[in-house]
Design a protein around this ligand. Structure first.
Ligand code: BTN
Length: 266
């Protein structure tokens, strides 16, 4: 399939949302959609505005990593949220996003879309999408959250750089055919809007239940690698702060709030 610019009119055609995507800011190139959306939100942009770019010169991932962002093949976008949540509950938004993302991706490929804590989306153990959530908070409230989403859509594994090829995949590779980015983005915005509505109206429990059903390592032995230590245990779920709960070998339950969680032992 020829790599064409995203047709925003086609994305908006039939899009029906309550909170998100009243306005799109579309670019051919940005440093990072998260950085641009942060600047907009800082100047007072309302909830729901979407910043999307065909290419990112400095796409950012979690834990200071970069996000490989070739032009016209994938989706790179950020949504401004102004949630009615306490700052300590901000991680619920990233888990909510992972649920929406997995639902959407699962609708486009014949393989199960699973979540790797906290919010990577995996197809057959390879990463197809990730979420970078950045928050501006006062001591008592969240001012805004920038939800940044990157999805490998029509990015063939054979053309990925060596740095990611072993660990990454794309919808193209999983489905066996190219995916229309407009249909994918429309569906994802609908799913995000729906899941965000559930979180705001019914609280975190229904989202946590859906997150757990997509969590590929629930009940499995895992290895947790943090900056200064690592340990093994059984992944037993998440708590309402979004921490991963791991039952260690001595029977205590550890809360993991940052780090990498991989299947297996030492
Ligand atoms: C991760 O899994 O490490 C998170 C990746 C998030 C990448 C997206 S692409 C759109 C938005 N802008 C960025 O610079 N990063 C996020």
């Amino acid at each position: 399939m020829e790599a064409l610019p995203l047709n925003l009119l086609q994305v908006q055609d039939g899009l029906s949302t309550r909170r998100l995507a009243a306005k799109f800011h579309y670019f051919k190139e940005l440093d990072s959609t998260n950085s641009y959306a942060w600047r907009l939100a800082d100047k007072g942009a309302p909830e729901g505005e979407v910043v999307i770019s065909e290419y990112q010169a400095n796409g950012r991932g979690r834990l200071g990593r970069s996000w490989v962002s070739p032009p016209y093949l994938n989706l790179y976008f950020s949504v401004i949220l102004r949630p009615n949540l306490a700052p300590t509950d901000a991680p619920q938004l990233t888990l909510m996003t992972a649920v929406a993302l997995a639902d959407t991706i699962g609708a486009f490929v014949p393989k199960p879309a699973l979540i790797k804590w906290p919010n990577d989306i995996l197809l057959e153990d390879k990463k197809v999408a990730g979420v970078l959530a950045e928050s501006s908070c006062s001591s008592t409230r969240i001012e805004f959250v920038i939800l940044g989403i990157g999805i490998n859509v029509n990015f063939a594994r054979e053309s990925m750089p060596d740095s990611i090829r072993q660990r990454a995949t794309s919808l193209l590779d999983a489905a066996g055919h190219a995916i229309g980015r407009e249909d994918l983005l429309r569906r994802l915005i609908q799913d995000l809007d729906r899941c965000y509505g559930i979180l705001e109206e019914d609280g975190f429990s229904p989202i946590a239940a859906r997150w757990k059903s997509r969590f590929g390592l629930q009940g499995h032995r895992v290895r947790v690698n943090m900056i200064d230590q690592s340990f093994s245990g059984e992944a037993i779920g998440i708590d309402r702060d979004g921490a991963l709960l791991v039952k260690t070998n001595d029977g205590t339950v550890a809360r993991v709030i940052a780090g990498d969680v991989v299947p297996g032992e030492d």
